[in-house]
Design a protein around this ligand. Structure first.
Ligand code: FHN
Length: 699
């Protein structure tokens, strides 16, 4: 059932749904990869939470509700019909000026904007053909012929971003407290569930995402999903939505909140201690609420925001800082003041942020290091001084190139000089500089400019991440800085200057061959100075697991058990299964309950050649991959749809495969990919490579 549709809209829905909200691909099925280039350069964006909740400002029946204002419908247990009836007539943001918003972001040094097109409240901020709970229901968005203002804030924002050169992204909530087809209902929501159809809600989502990305709002750089936790990717039809997004908006970035790992991770209101090993973006509120909260005046200072920004960038991440405009479309004065201060600092310090990332230097007690690589080949190491170094000295360990210039970016104190001590650069800070650093807020930055990427005598880096091998293996190192040498041991002892240095082979590679399980330890030296950093990696030599005869029937046998699990059940636990069927690929079989179940898929996998196979399992919740009785991946525990890899040496032919996963509550998903020997990328496992076991017995 669709929400009170007008005839014209019924036709629109019919047209949309007959394509199932999916797209008719062009001749080429080649989908452009996610475009991270602008995103890594940008580092800093504006998150905007704006909807009916902004008009309420977290005030209901005259009482202010502290906390996340955009959650008021749920927290105050307001029947959706009452919520929309009260706020839709009031939402008339006559002071909304998209150019003001975009200029505010741009002046603060932000390079992109992500706006909530629909939050959990179920109000669509653009004129949508598939719902009446959209901007067209408000005076602001109603057509002028109907007495409205005929405005579309998403259109106005898209045009303003285009004018000012900012990228635009759309937040879209999968969770919807108002749509009658969305399940589960909130426990206080007494609306009937009879007739509610989540598959129809998924069609609704596909139709809406298609409206947002079909080009009417131009180039959209990010699809920011949220609220995916109550269903799995299968029920959300996440694969189809994401594929449609990539086809409609080539290069679009899709985050990790479509019940899949997506293109990048989105830690929320926290900064990962060491950064993440995939692209990531911390999103954060400026005060205590995402949406406008009338009485929340607990705003972060510009100094705190900029230390967060430097910390995030030093770990290779992006920062999406949120504002919550009010129901009139105004940005509150406190947010404006903080953003203006941020902009003043960015005006003189942005070279230490844009395009910056990790520097190969250990994290100092006084702040953060970032490394900027510019398009002309020059580089800079930036010292973000949150406090004055206790020793009064800055040490750039192992930086064996001299900087061409040392600058204090904001001119807070006189630019210091440097001296060299072996492979290290030393800067002795004057008392005046130390005093100024201690007083400066936001923090000062000392930039060390280099003609090219500085050679840093850090721990040697080993090329590739293979750790398991058959027969023998070549361990390759990235070439050391010019004039430096690499010292390697394979018996686990620490390399010293007396350890013979490895020399480049005929191909100019710094490499060693190993034919046994070994602990490889490596250090770099330069002019008899050893690097402080060291690399230690264990490599394991394995025999090929022998192959068995393949069955001639494709598919895997699936067993399902129901219950509450926190760890992956043993295979024998599945012997009690009352539900078994077959699946064509590694996936959650149909017919499982929404929550609290475990699945085991067993069969044979046909290895096309002999060698080391890398598998990647992504599951929500825990999972394990067993091959020939070897546990190749242990991805147990309660977690989101994150990937984990494991290697195994297989002889060409068939091998027993056993995939187990469990789902507690919320979203669930299970995917398995492989990377056969000498293949460089993960790929889906062809269905014809999965066979039923000839004489499957319970283990
Ligand atoms: O529930 C939402 C919340 O309202 C807000 O939109 C944040 C922003 O990342 N996301 C969800 C909470 O994780």
């Amino acid at each position: 059932m669709l929400i009170g549709k007008k005839p014209a809209r019924l036709l629109a829905i019919a047209l949309t749904l007959c394509f199932g909200g999916s797209i008719v691909r062009g001749a080429s099925d080649e989908i452009a990869p996610p475009d991270f280039a602008w995103w890594r350069e940008a580092r800093f964006g504006m998150f905007v939470h704006w909807g009916l909740y902004s008009e309420a400002g977290s005030v209901w029946n005259g009482h202010f509700l502290p906390g996340w204002s955009e959650w008021m419908l749920n927290r105050k247990k307001i029947p959706p019909a009452e919520y929309h009836a009260e706020l839709t007539p009031r939402f008339d943001p006559v002071d909304f000026d998209a150019d003001v918003w975009v200029r505010t972001a741009k002046d603060a040094g932000m390079k992109y904007i992500v706006i909530t097109t629909k939050h959990h409240e179920g109000f669509s901020l653009w004129p949508s053909a598939v719902t009446d709970q959209d901007i067209a229901a408000t005076k602001f968005g109603k057509p002028k012929t109907d007495g409205g203002r005929g405005r579309d804030p998403i259109r106005e924002l898209a045009d303003a971003c285009q004018r000012h050169g900012l990228k635009l992204g759309f937040y879209y909530s999968l969770l919807d407290w108002s749509n009658p087809d969305y399940l589960p209902r909130r426990e206080w929501d007494t609306r009937p569930t009879a007739g509610a159809d989540y598959a129809r809600y998924a069609q609704f989502m596909r139709a809406q995402v298609k409206e947002l990305l079909d080009g009417r709002y131009g180039k959209i750089a990010v699809l920011w999903g949220d609220g995916d936790w109550e269903h799995g990717a299968r029920e959300h039809t996440s694969d189809e939505i994401v594929a449609m997004a990539r086809a409609l908006q080539p290069g679009i970035l899709v985050n990790d909140r479509w019940a899949q790992s997506g293109d990048y991770a989105t830690p929320e209101n926290k900064i990962p201690d060491a950064g993440l090993d995939r692209p990531w973006e911390t999103c954060m509120t400026l005060n205590g609420s995402w949406g406008y909260a009338r009485d929340d005046h607990d705003f972060k200072s510009a100094a705190v925001v900029l230390q967060n920004l430097a910390d995030i960038v030093s770990k290779g991440g992006n920062y999406l800082l949120n504002i919550g405009p009010d129901g009139r479309g105004r940005i509150d004065p406190e947010s404006l003041a903080v953003l203006a201060s941020i902009g003043q600092w960015m005006h003189t310090h942005s070279s230490a942020i844009y395009g910056n990332g990790r520097a190969l230097l250990s994290v100092p007690e006084w702040g953060r290091w970032t490394l900027a690589l510019t398009s002309d080949g020059s580089a800079a190491i930036n010292a973000h001084l949150f406090s004055a170094p206790k020793s009064g000295v800055l040490r750039l360990d192992g930086v064996i190139d001299d900087p061409t210039r040392v600058r204090v970016l904001g001119g807070e104190f006189e630019s210091p000089t440097f001296r060299r001590k072996g492979p290290d650069l030393i800067v002795d800070l004057s008392p005046a500089a130390i005093e100024m650093i201690a007083k400066s807020s936001p923090h000062p930055v000392i930039a060390f400019d280099f003609a090219s990427q500085p050679k840093i005598l850090a721990a040697p880096t080993i090329v590739g991440d293979e750790r398991l091998f058959v027969g023998s293996m070549i361990v390759r190192f990235f070439p050391p800085p010019l004039g430096a040498t690499i010292h390697v041991t394979t018996d686990g002892s620490q390399p010293t200057a007396h350890t013979p240095a490895i020399t480049p082979n005929a191909q100019g590679e710094y490499a060693i061959a190993i034919d046994h399980t070994a602990t490889v330890r490596a250090r770099t030296s330069w002019q008899n100075n050893m690097s402080n950093g060291e690399t230690t990696i264990n490599f394991s030599r394995s025999e090929l697991s022998p192959a068995q005869t393949c069955g001639d029937r494709v598919g895997l046998d699936a067993r399902v058990i129901v219950g509450e699990f926190e760890t992956v059940p043993a295979s024998t636990t599945f012997d009690s299964s009352k539900q078994s069927n077959t699946v064509e690929s590694v996936t959650i079989p149909r017919g499982v309950p929404a929550d609290r179940f475990a699945v085991q898929l067993r069969g044979m996998i046909d290895a096309p050649s002999s060698g080391v196979y890398r598998f990647e399992i992504a599951s929500d919740d825990g999972s394990e991959l067993w091959i020939d009785g070897i546990r190749v991946i242990d991805h147990g525990g309660l977690h989101g749809a994150t990937p984990k890899i494991g290697d195994v040496a297989l002889a060409a032919g068939c091998h027993e495969i056993d995939v187990r996963m469990f789902e507690s509550v919320g979203s669930e998903s299970l995917t398995l990919r492989w990377r056969p020997p000498s293949i460089t990328k993960f790929a889906q496992i062809p269905e014809q490579s999965l066979h039923r076991r000839l004489n499957l017995k319970s283990e």
